[in-house]
Design a protein around this ligand. Structure first.
Ligand code: NDP
Length: 322
């Protein structure tokens, strides 16, 4: 089968479209014929070597497709089921072997491409807004990179929960998308000082929560945007890691909370995975949550897709199609 692999960390040119051995399912595993794989920032971290792995590595942590084979002791799925999953490396390929307990059956009305687009960024947006800081009416939150993959979904879910939502974006085009997703206020952080804007828009009161996936270039000001006892959910580092941090700053800035959450901890059990994905996919089926999947690349052009994501050229989900 064809797959996109890396043999050593590097730039987008390290992504090699090549023949790889097709997977056979071990006990407890199913093989999924991939209809679409999702591109996520974590793929960039694995490609560059920021996150460690063994090589050759087939990148990709998310896909939607059809079960084509099952190994012994598999009861969760059957051949022919339409499924999606996240958290298992190897999605940039025609076929992927996945522990059956990590697969989610897609409800009627949700396509395998939508499944591929929803699982990683969608469940991240879900846990951030519903579990890390369960937003409620009366809260004001800030979503950085609000036109991105997680950003557009988080903005919509935050609004569904009744919060007032501020979003940051780099361009006017992205600002329009963030507004369409429900952002009450959009700050173009490449031209405007987002800390000053947040203070102005909240009459100096600050925010209950900042969802920060940008990291290095936003972190300090994100802390300054919080109301006393507010929470900074630092869930990514698209601009680079923040480096070392003195917890004393949390006291000095108003008894703040800081968390560095990751999706795996919020879908660790089968029960939490099915509950979270079930609610998310239900919203998509019912039209309450809109996926934006304008950026679709053939799998063989994965390098081009990576360049677009890292170059801040994409909005919403980026899909790779074998
Ligand atoms: P996005 O679609 O959000 O793309 C990244 C966006 O970040 C860009 O479009 C850009 O938006 C913004 N950005 C700001 N500064 C930079 C920079 N220097 N270089 C590149 N981009 C920059 O990606 P994803 O939705 O896939 O992921 C968003 C973040 O969320 C990532 O950091 C990822 O690691 C994290 N994440 C964390 C998870 C978790 O559980 N902890 C799970 C999923 C994702 P703009 O042009 O508007 O500034």
């Amino acid at each position: 089968m064809k797959a996109v692999r890396i043999h050593a960390p590097g730039g987008p040119e390290a992504l090699t479209y090549e023949d790889a051995p097709p997977p056979t399912p071990k006990a407890g595993e199913a093989v999924v014929k991939v209809d679409a794989a999702g591109l996520n920032y974590i793929d960039v971290y694995f490609r560059t070597g920021m996150y460690k792995a063994e090589y050759p590595l087939t990148l990709g942590m998310e896909a939607g497709g059809t079960v084509s084979a099952v190994g012994p002791n598999v009861t969760d799925v059957r051949v022919g089921d339409k499924v999606a999953y996240t958290g298992i490396p190897g999605a940039y390929a025609e076929y992927a072997a996945v522990p059956a307990a990590r697969l989610v059956a897609l409800p009627p009305g949700v396509s395998t491409r939508q499944g591929a687009a929803a699982m990683l960024q969608g469940m991240t947006a879900h846990y951030l807004a519903c579990s890390t800081y369960p937003l409620k009416k009366g809260d004001t939150c800030l979503v950085h990179a609000a036109a991105g993959g997680v950003g557009l979904l988080l903005t919509q879910i935050a609004r569904m929960r009744g919060a007032r939502v501020f979003g940051t974006v780099s361009t006017d085009e992205k600002a329009k998308l963030a507004r369409e997703a429900g952002a009450d206020e959009v700050i173009i952080y490449t031209r405007q000082d987002f800390e000053a804007e947040v203070k102005r828009l909240t009459d100096g009161k600050g925010l209950q929560v900042v969802y920060d996936s940008v990291g290095k270039t936003t972190f300090d000001k994100s802390l300054n945007c919080l109301a006393p006892r507010g929470l900074l959910a630092l869930y990514g580092q698209s601009s680079g890691p923040i480096g070392t941090f003195d917890p004393g700053l949390l006291g000095a800035k108003g008894s703040l909370y800081l968390t560095r959450p990751s999706l795996n901890a919020y879908i660790a059990s089968r029960e939490e995975l099915t509950q979270r994905s079930g609610e998310l996919l239900g919203w998509i089926r019912d039209g309450k949550l809109k996926l934006r999947t304008e950026f679709e690349f053939p799998l063989k052009d994965a390098a081009e897709a990576h360049r677009a994501l890292e170059g801040r050229k994409t909005t919403g989900k980026v899909l790779l199609v074998p």
